[in-house]
Design a protein. Structure first.
Length: 292
């Protein structure tokens, strides 16, 4: 039996000399991941829609770094970015699909459908646009993929449902890739983060009164935020171990594993939660006032 488990356990992934591409690589979790991969001896490709930030990040790293300005929603641009990375470094061993956005706080009833579409385009289709053009090279080099999902994938989808929906969808996308790439020797990590103290989280939870209210309703142990550097370390360790799943902070793990039982109960409680009803009605009224 032990020999069977040994055969099933993926080989460790040595990073020195490998080539890693990170989307959203000039800021937040992506930048921290990129730096730590570079410190481990990786050649890194920073892909970001912000050319100034991407170039500055690349210059900070110096040798064995390349920056490419590309929007993950632009399929042709991502194909070109992958081709440029392969041409520059001779191949790709790791792809980290990290780029993501959040929508403005709104209910599905009052949100602009353009905002919903944009979130899906970046958080779901953008992940596929990142990974798909790299697949043949990753298969050739027995590489590794990281899909940055979120604990939002299994949280109640209120006041920003597009984000939760997108992360639930990208979770299944990662699962599909994981299963389909097994015969080809490519491994996939699905990374679930709770609250990471990035500019994106601060804009959503600190600078928005609705986000502040929702954040305060979380249990205290789930309100704790990770530093982006810690999140980057989680991803680097996941790549090195070819981990199929990582969840951080660890306080989210029980919810992740028990969500099938927990979510129907939570939904029942939230449907009868007067405070939440008032919060959502106030949010809708705010949108009505801003868009008469």
């Amino acid at each position: 039996m032990s020999s069977l488990f040994k055969r099933l356990r993926p080989h460790k992934f040595a990073l020195r000399g490998k080539v890693a591409l990170v989307t959203g690589g000039a800021d937040g979790i992506g930048w921290e991941t990129t730096q730590q991969l570079h410190q481990q001896g990786c050649k890194v490709v920073i892909v970001d829609h912000n050319a100034v930030a991407a170039e500055a990040a690349c210059n900070t790293l110096g040798q064995n770094a390349l920056w490419v300005c590309a929007d993950v929603t632009d399929r042709a641009a991502m194909q070109q970015a992958i081709a440029q990375a392969i041409e520059h470094f001779g191949g790709l061993d790791v792809v980290v699909a990290n780029a993501g956005i959040t929508p403005p706080s709104a209910t599905l009833r009052t949100s602009r459908l353009e905002d919903f579409d944009k979130v899906m385009a970046v958080n779901v289709t953008g992940v596929l646009n990142t990974i798909h053009p790299a697949l043949e090279n990753l298969i050739e080099r027995q590489g590794h993929i990281v899909v940055v999902a979120s604990c939002a994938a299994f949280c109640p989808p209120v006041a920003g449902a597009a984000y939760m929906i997108s992360k639930a969808a990208v979770e299944q996308l990662a699962r599909g890739l994981k299963l389909e790439l097994v015969p080809h020797g490519v491994t996939v990590t699905t990374a679930y983060f709770g609250l990471v103290d990035t500019q994106l989280a601060q804009a959503t939870l600190d600078h928005d009164p609705v986000g502040q209210s929702l954040n305060q309703r979380l249990p205290a142990f789930l309100q704790k935020r990770m530093a982006p550097k810690a999140a980057g370390l989680v991803l680097v360790k996941a790549i090195q171990g070819r981990a199929p799943v990582v969840i951080a902070p660890t306080g989210w793990m029980p919810y992740a594993w028990l969500r099938g039982m927990a979510n129907p109960l939570f939904d029942k409680l939230l449907v009868n939660d007067t405070q939440l009803k008032h919060l959502l009605l106030d949010l809708e009224q705010r949108h009505t006032n801003n868009n008469p």
